[in-house]
Write a protein that binds this ligand. Structure first.
Ligand SMILES: Cc1ncc(COP(=O)(O)O)c(C=O)c1O
Ligand SMILES: [Zn+2]
Length: 436
């Protein structure tokens, strides 16, 4: 086992750096109340190779920032592996399954239906049987690993001395009423950690029922007369964090540690593509808050060459495509960190879409996604609702995967620009969440 690879974090916007050894390093130290800062990992070059374990958090452990944090906290290699295994056993006890490498293969019937040649086609990564029914738990698991490690090493304020009981722990907090909330509730239940989930009054009853079954405290957040503009769930979430709760969020601007574990999906794809001797030409990734696309891309990039990235949004809400356009006149997508307010702001009138998981009015983790599209010769794709619906219909029918419209929305991007994609190209998409 090599020594840990990650040196720490640096803020893409202000350049502040944070050593990997710093516990609970969720946000840029200079950010304050300003959300226009975001930490990115500072990591040495490495040749990606799985240690062979089917659990990606064990197979790719040495590439995780968390592994570097745990090593700096004094945990031996064996102790670090044991932390993953301990949490994994708890997750499996609640969920009936733990983290395992999810399937990634050429979807033959889908490739035929879309007119690809035998050498080209569509490769589908199937996250629908992942913990919590989507990719979201991958992001949150590295926050949980970090918390547990801080406890074990006596670095968490509530556990000085190494002990911890549920009553000493600050609650976890998340503003979500979809897959992220279910993933957060599942992981919190696994370790018996109290969690508060801030949801809108319009939240889906199936989701709130499941959260209650998992023992989460569901907090309905109507807009208060005193509220500033913006989502009241986010206001309540931030108040809870200001009062001591842990941001258990899948937005890098609220907790950068979510950007660590999310990369396992890209690392799996790299390894699986190599096993199949396939070099991918393009990847279409659905974008809401942007952490998912940022992590798929960061993971794929460690495979050596990154396929052309297309970030997919719907016409109902497309702040990332707007930011891409705006950045062209402001020094280009690679320099956009210095122009946050001029490029990225909340979409004024969010419409409706069956792909409701990607209707975030702001793409919080937009900077790495813009940079990856620029370096790979990719582009944003904004799809019509007809493509969202058609991709879900053909995607599920041709693969037998029961994905939601959000889960298949990357494929909608391929449908929308199919005419520009050669029949011999190899295209990857992620069916990121199950139909509920
Ligand atoms: C199934 C699924 N796929 C993709 C996304 C988009 O991820 P992100 O918000 O990180 O862009 C979401 C977000 O809710 C989701 O639930
Ligand atoms: Zn900063």
């Amino acid at each position: 086992m090599q020594s840990p690879l990650v040196a720490g974090w640096s803020c893409t916007v202000c350049g502040a750096s944070v050593d990997i050894a710093v516990p609970l390093s969720w946000r840029c130290p200079r950010a304050g109340d300003d959300r226009h800062h975001v930490l990115q990992l500072v990591q040495g070059a490495a040749v990606l190779q799985s240690a062979g374990d089917a659990n990606p958090f064990l197979g790719f452990r040495q590439y995780l920032a968390w592994d570097g944090f745990a090593a700096a906290a004094g945990l031996t290699d064996a102790a670090r592996a044991a932390v993953v295994s301990e949490l994994e056993a708890h997750v499996a006890a609640v969920e009936g399954r733990g983290f395992v490498t999810t399937p990634f293969a050429r979807a033959d019937a889908l490739s035929d239906a879309l007119g690809f040649a035998p050498g080209g086609g569509v490769w589908v990564k199937d996250e629908t049987h992942n913990v919590g029914g989507s990719h979201k738990a991958r992001h949150l698991f590295t926050i949980l690993l970090h918390l547990r490690t801080a406890e074990i090493a006596g670095l968490a304020p509530w556990s000085a001395g190494g002990g911890s009981s549920a009553s000493d722990r600050p609650p976890l907090a998340i503003a979500s009423c979809g897959n992220a909330a279910i993933a957060a509730g599942t992981l919190a239940a696994a370790v018996g950690w109290p969690i508060r989930v801030f949801v809108p009054s319009s939240a889906d009853l199936h989701v709130t029922k499941r959260l209650a079954e998992l023992g989460a405290t569901v907090v309905e957040c109507p807009r208060l007369p005193t509220d500033p503009p913006g989502d009241p769930c986010v206001h309540r979430f931030r108040e809870a964090v200001a009062a001591g709760a842990v941001p258990f969020s899948v937005q890098g601007t609220e907790n950068a540690w979510c950007l660590d574990g999310g990369r396992t999906i890209g690392w799996e794809m790299v390894t699986q593509a190599q096993q199949q001797s396939v070099a991918l030409d393009r990847v279409f990734v659905q974008v809401g808050g942007g952490a998912f696309a940022a992590c798929v891309t960061a993971g794929l990039a460690m495979g050596g060459s990154l396929p052309r990235l297309h970030a997919v949004q719907t016409q109902a809400c497309a702040p990332l495509a707007r930011a891409w356009e705006r950045s062209q006149a402001l020094g280009g997508p690679q320099q956009a960190g210095g122009h946050w307010a001029d490029c990225m702001w909340p979409w004024e009138h969010v419409g409706e879409s069956a792909a409701d998981g990607i209707l975030d009015d702001e793409t919080y983790d937009w900077l790495p996604v813009l940079a990856a599209m620029a370096t790979t010769g990719g582009s944003p794709v904004v799809v019509a609702e007809a493509d969202v619906l058609a991709s879900n219909e053909v995607g599920c029918r041709a693969t037998g995967i029961d994905a939601s419209a959000t889960g298949t929305a990357g494929l909608a991007g391929l449908l929308a620009i199919r005419g520009e994609v050669g029949a011999h190209e190899r295209v990857a998409v992620v069916f990121s969440g199950v139909r509920r």
